[in-house]
Ligand binder design. Structure first.
Ligand code: GLY
Length: 361
């Protein structure tokens, strides 16, 4: 297949990201992994099983396949769900040789991956991402987790998958608000590490909105390449990997303020990128013209670049809970021009307040 690509992720256990493959061909690939047993446990959601389950199952005929459907929503990334998955897995006879297939978006990847990381002290799993966000971002990097009432992703692990199996065709049915989540992370990848990808997104805004297949393929592949390059250098987030959090400190504060209602993760990240760019401009890291390019690109995808009726002081306060903060100091990722970013540990509250004020109307 001409469009098939394989990108290797360097990690404690290296793994390939296959791009442009077909769901039907996963089984054939797994047959080549000789140490696997004959059972496959697919963890997915009802809508995804309905859309893609049959195609996946077609290639898995030589395995004993069991499916566990998890209801939709971030709320399912919970210890309760982990416990019920465990009971169900035991009932189905899952053992150390069973392979878990995480078929879905970010919630399924995180939940199924965390389950695989702890069940019998760790069984193998494959990520089969079905959203743009999962394909360009959350299926790669090995971080898996569930939430806890005391914090999002508070219980987790670094647990690399056996492989990531990315079939572009599953994106055709994705609702636009889901596409936007992936586009926000793709703009972020371009901004922190790939100026050419940023220019590509600008040049092909219309084709991207029209979901032109060739353009989407190139966009996903280049966005994946950024993520792979960064996580391969810093599996455990001791340094450069923190750059992937650009826009997330501001964005997460906004999502928290809105109690995760009426704002998607991508919208929060987009707004966060604009706020971070404003702060970077005040520090002389980026020009006004470059900030304008960022705003225009996000806007063209219908992403948020301003918010209404918010208190900057309250949003600043909410940033205090950010996991990246060190010793009471806020740690922020700021763009340096387009195609580069830096970790900044000495931002004061006045600077952050004025960054918020620039995006509040
Ligand atoms: N699961 C997302 C990451 O590892 O970055």
């Amino acid at each position: 297949m001409a469009n098939l690509q394989k990108i290797e992720v360097a990690a404690s256990r290296p793994y390939p990201v296959f791009l442009g493959v077909r769901l039907e061909d996963l089984g054939e690939y797994l047959q080549t992994r000789q140490t696997l047993g004959s059972q496959i446990l697919v963890i997915t959601q009802p809508v995804i099983a309905e859309l893609h389950g049959e195609r996946l199952a077609e290639g898995l005929k030589d395995f004993k396949v069991d499916i566990i459907n998890v209801p939709e929503g971030e709320g399912e990334k919970s210890l309760d769900r982990l416990s019920s998955l465990t009971s169900e897995a035991v009932r189905l006879g899952v053992d150390r040789s069973t392979l878990v297939v995480a078929l879905g978006g970010g919630v399924i990847g995180d939940l199924a991956g965390f389950f695989a990381s702890v069940f019998m002290r760790g069984i193998r799993f494959v990520q089969v991402p079905t959203t743009l966000l999962a394909q360009v971002d959350s299926s790669i990097g090995g971080k898996v987790a569930v939430n806890h009432p005391a914090g999002k992703n508070l219980l987790g692990a670094f647990y690399p998958p056996l492989a990531v199996w990315t079939d572009f065709s599953v994106l055709a049915s994705l609702p636009w608000n889901e596409v936007q989540n992936g586009l926000a992370e793709t703009v972020k990848h371009a901004l922190i590490a790939d100026a050419d990808l940023f220019a590509f997104l600008e040049q092909h805004q219309e084709q991207i909105k029209e979901r032109e297949q060739g353009i989407w393929r190139e966009m996903v592949t280049r966005s994946v390449a950024v993520k792979v390059k960064i996580v391969s250098q810093d599996e455990r987030e001791a340094g450069i990997r923190a750059l992937l959090n650009l826009g997330h400190s501001f964005g997460h504060a906004l999502e928290t303020e809105m109690e995760f209602q009426g704002i998607s993760h991508g919208q929060g990240v987009a707004l966060g990128i604009v706020a971070a760019a404003g702060l970077a401009q005040a520090r002389g890291f980026i020009t006004e013209a470059e900030v304008e390019r960022i705003v225009q690109l996000l806007k063209s995808f219908g992403l948020k670049t301003e918010v209404y009726d918010k208190s900057a002081a309250n949003l600043l306060h909410l940033m205090e809970a950010d996991k990246k903060n060190q010793g009471g100091r806020k740690v922020l990722i700021l763009p340096k021009g387009i195609g580069q970013a830096v970790v900044v540990k000495d931002c004061n509250d006045e600077e952050i307040l004025s960054a918020w004020e620039k995006v509040i109307r």
